[in-house]
Design a protein around this ligand. Structure first.
Ligand SMILES: [Zn+2]
Length: 367
């Protein structure tokens, strides 16, 4: 499968006054439910909770319609993407074209952080975006890895000056999608990485390959700052993008989800890390999905940019969506190039698939 999509190998939860969703025992949840088939893909209602529609072109929506997906398109303060202003304009246009299918997340620039007026400006912009229909706000890995304060220190997510922004987002009753840190592979040499997509990304983006930058905060520093932030804002619906950068170990991710009942995570651009684990212990990974069926959001990181060929993009999106369906929903096996392995499907119970693929996203992004 020629995947032309841009996988952002980097990296976003709960209800006000919420209590944690019930955690079903792995053994009891849907044990009698018959899995979906490959043919069910077209008809089941689905939601891709992490995409980037950066081109004002109908192709992405057309493929989503054909394959039965709603989209959460996430604006990002990312130098490889069009400007935030352009991303915002595209999101409004696509949401106008099909409001029931196209949802979007606003973002904000860290430029001017620490200067007088920065916080007020950001908070006013986010309130305006929410009034225009934004369902979430994205904060990217530049917080923790790129942006520096006036003293030249990296700004971490738990910086006190970001706290009022988080409370504004909570007050607007939209989710915060946080991508902090990187996959665990980022701190390893290329040859020790577990998946080819990470190897390719970090080969092409050495500035983000932390193995080469030992002077930067380590993996555990990034995770600890993110955890302090989530703990400090228990009323915020926090979505840990890219499996909250805990993609390499479902036990570690389970501990995060247990600790923070206001958190969910999306699976975007990390399916191969899940597959890497399930090839070694399918039962363990399957039990994880069943146990945390209320806390996981299906997502891909599909990105359509102005330079994307619309037909190629549509084919790639369809290929990714059907491959993931085969893996999560059916017991069909497939060869996965990024980990050079035949990967049997998890054949998750239908009620689990319905939550991971749709109902959780609706709860988090459109309560
Ligand atoms: Zn992304």
């Amino acid at each position: 499968m020629k995947v032309v999509l841009q996988l952002l190998a980097v990296g976003a939860m709960c209800m006000t006054a919420c209590s944690a969703p019930p955690v079903p025992a792995a053994s009891e949840a849907g044990a009698s439910s018959i899995p979906y088939t490959a043919a069910d893909f077209q008809r089941v209602r689905k939601f891709d909770a992490h995409v980037h529609a950066n081109a004002d072109h109908p192709a992405f929506l057309e493929q989503a319609r054909a394959d039965g997906f709603e989209l959460m398109s996430i604006n990002v303060d990312y130098p490889d993407f069009p400007t935030i202003v352009t991303q915002h304009r595209v999101a409004l246009a696509l949401a106008r074209a099909e409001p029931s299918r196209f949802h979007w997340a606003a973002t904000f620039s860290m430029r001017g952080f620490g200067e007088p007026g920065w916080g007020d400006r950001v908070e006013a912009d986010l309130a305006a975006a929410a009034a225009q229909g934004a369902r979430a706000v994205k904060i990217w890995k530049n917080v923790g890895m790129v942006e520096k304060d006036a003293d030249g220190r990296l700004i971490m997510l738990d910086d006190p000056a970001l706290s009022p922004v988080a409370e504004t987002i909570r007050g607007l009753d939209v989710a915060l999608i946080g991508h902090q840190g990187e996959p665990h592979n980022c701190w390893l040499p290329l040859e020790q990485m577990t998946t080819e997509n990470d190897r390719e990304y970090f080969r092409n983006h050495p500035q983000y390959h932390m193995y080469l930058h030992p002077e930067q905060p380590g993996y555990e520093d990034q995770m600890a700052a993110r955890d302090r932030f989530v703990a400090a804002h228990p009323g915020l619906r926090f979505v840990g993008a890219h499996m909250a950068s805990l993609e390499y170990d479902v036990d570690r991710l389970a501990a995060f989800l247990d600790r923070f009942p206001n958190a969910t995570v999306d699976l975007a651009a990390r399916m191969s890390q899940v597959q890497y684990q399930s090839v070694r212990d399918r039962g363990k990974v399957r039990d994880f999905f069943i146990r945390y069926q209320d806390r996981l959001l299906y997502g891909t990181d599909l990105a359509m940019d102005p330079a994307s060929d619309p037909q190629e993009f549509k084919q790639a999106a369809h290929a990714v969506w059907t491959s993931d369906w085969r893996y999560l929903a059916t017991d069909g096996s497939q060869y996965v190039k990024t980990i050079e392995a035949d990967v049997p499907g998890l054949a998750l119970p239908r009620d689990v698939i319905d939550k991971v693929y749709y109902r959780n996203a609706v709860r988090v992004f459109a309560p």
